[in-house]
Write a new protein. Structure first.
Length: 463
């Protein structure tokens, strides 16, 4: 299903019937925010909703899936994509097509790419850090290739295919039922290595057609012959790129839970935790298959970040402010909520739990007055907020003592504030993956990472 084409089709059919997004939503028992997302092309209707949606719009499920109009009540006439575009243009010309508001009109970059942000799949590392990981593994591939060159003429090359952030469950679900899988204390800031069965058999010099089954003995042999050496090279290369602030013996921590298995889901990983996945492609004279290295989030965040792995060639930039210039303070703030500050201990590791449920609008405050609700998005590389709710009765925050969990903020002149309405997108001063601010009595006193427990937002203090 093409979200953009399906969204345009839903918008066209709804406008043609002369009903609002809210009226359509009520007819099929969903929220008008969902209809708005579909028409913007930010997402597609669930499969279970398609039959009732098709009936409400006077079309059929196949049309919605393909984004091609097949009008049921008109002798099943099928409109091609070109005919649909022409019909939409005609309706726009005569004013009968409801068009969305210019929701990027307040952005510095009107061509900015806007994506909905999923707090259950947070960006743990920035683009620079992912590039550093990729570059390090490029060097590892060179070392591994040099070591193989004198021994295996049938192995033609190895290279980095991708560096990604995803959940443990997403990664494990993508693996074959039986594969070569090795975890090195994964759940205690370690990592796991998965070798595709086909390339594993090639490394063992087995004929896959004659011996398709993989056994525990195969796995043990592969570990002794290649994987253990690969792990040593990996650790040594990463350590060589740190500032050596901790000794090698501590960096090369003892792997107390070394697991060698053919069944990856038996490794006991927390399904919802995020990880960094590095995928390598190993090419032989018979096939090209993948080797995946799955890193626990803590491996890079608590070990490598603290030892300068990401900071070696990343100069600290300081922006200077003209002494005659009058800086503007943020007057638009996006928060998960404000809370009573009495007896709250702000220490690293503390969990601060609010009362805002995942999926509900975040608070958008204008000059300390709660006026809007919004959904978190990513605008280019920054956090942003798309306004999806206008408060009927704004709430004034005038308490002197409070704690706020703040996603970010921005400055808007008064004329732009007056224009704000549903659909507008604002770019904030914060970055996905970076700790958010914990504000106490108007000052940032700590930072933390957003967590979700039982579908309720909270923040774990990190510094």
């Amino acid at each position: 299903m093409n979200a953009e084409r399906t969204g345009k089709l839903i918008n066209y059919l709804r406008s043609k019937k002369g009903i609002t997004q809210k009226e359509l939503a009520e007819e099929i028992n969903i929220s008008d925010k969902a209809v708005s997302k579909w028409e913007r092309g930010d997402g597609c209707p669930d499969v279970g909703i398609l039959p009732s949606l098709a009936q409400a719009l006077g079309t059929d499920v196949d049309s919605l899936l393909k984004g091609e109009l097949k009008e049921v009540e008109n002798d099943r006439k099928i409109l091609t994509e070109e005919e649909l575009k022409a019909e939409i243009a005609r309706m726009q010309a005569d004013g009968t097509l409801e068009t969305s508001k210019d929701n990027t009109s307040l952005l510095k970059n009107p061509m900015a790419k806007i994506l909905i942000y999923d707090f259950k799949r947070p960006d743990l590392f920035g683009k620079y850090e992912l590039r550093k990981i990729a570059n390090t593994f490029d060097m590892l591939c060179e070392k591994f290739r040099d070591e193989l060159a004198g021994n295996r003429s049938d192995l033609l090359g190895i290279k980095v295919c991708a560096v990604d952030q995803l959940t443990n469950e997403e990664f494990l679900r993508s693996l074959p039922q039986r594969t070569f899988f090795y975890t090195y204390d994964y759940n205690n800031s370690g990592f796991a290595i998965e070798v595709d069965p086909r390339i594993g058999k090639v490394l063992l010099k087995h004929d896959l057609k004659k011996y398709p089954e993989i056994t525990q003995t195969d796995s043990d042999c592969l570990k002794l012959s290649y994987v253990d050496n690969f792990v040593r090279m990996l650790q040594e290369l990463i350590y060589s790129n740190t500032d050596k602030s901790i000794p090698w013996e501590e960096f090369e921590k003892p792997f107390t839970k070394d697991l060698n298995t053919l069944l990856p889901w038996s490794s006991g990983q927390n399904p919802g935790d995020m990880c960094v996945l590095v995928t390598l492609a190993l090419t032989s004279d018979v096939c090209t298959e993948m080797i995946n290295i799955q890193f626990n989030y803590s491996y890079f965040s608590t070990l490598c970040r603290k030892t300068g792995f990401f900071g070696k060639d990343n100069p600290q930039l300081e922006s200077l402010t003209d002494i005659k210039a009058r800086p503007y303070e943020n007057n638009v703030l996006v928060e998960f909520g404000r809370f009573v500050s009495d007896s709250v201990k702000l220490e690293p590791g503390t969990l601060l739990m609010g009362n805002k449920e995942f999926g509900t609008p975040l608070n958008v405050l204008i000059e300390n007055e709660l006026r809007f609700g919004g959904e978190a998005v990513v605008v280019d590389d920054n956090f942003g907020i798309r306004i999806i709710e206008v408060k009927d009765e704004p709430v004034r925050y005038d308490e002197e003592h409070y704690i706020a969990l703040r996603l970010g903020g921005t400055y808007l002149p008064s004329e732009d504030i007056a224009r704000l309405d549903k659909g507008f997108v604002l770019q904030l001063d914060s970055l996905p993956g970076a700790p958010i601010q914990i504000i106490q009595d108007g000052k940032c006193v700590a930072r933390g990472e957003v967590i979700i427990i039982d579908d309720v937002f909270g923040v774990r203090i990190v510094d």
